[in-house]
Design a protein around this ligand. Structure first.
Ligand code: ZN
Length: 79
């Protein structure tokens, strides 16, 4: 999933404060996001965030979520 710093993500689950949009402050193994409702910053592992993303907003553009090919072909990277 293509999330960049500066994007805004809309999540399926909302924050306890009621907001469901977060600014992306840092990406990597862990994402750092900031709730737009209450300003709280949260660090979460990428996998957790990816499951929870409903929409990625980049400026006025909604970034399409590319469904990853979940075809389990086994261990492809064995050399
Ligand atoms: Zn909040």
């Amino acid at each position: 999933m293509d999330v960049q710093v500066g994007d805004v993500i809309q999540t399926k689950k909302q924050h306890p404060c009621g907001a469901n949009r977060f600014d992306v402050l840092r990406v990597g193994m862990d994402f750092k996001i900031r709730c737009q409702g209450c300003g709280r910053e949260i660090m979460l592992p990428r996998v957790k965030i990816e499951k929870n993303i409903r929409k990625i907003l980049r400026g006025d553009v909604v970034v399409p979520l590319t469904p990853r090919n979940a075809s389990t072909t086994g261990n492809t990277s064995h050399v």
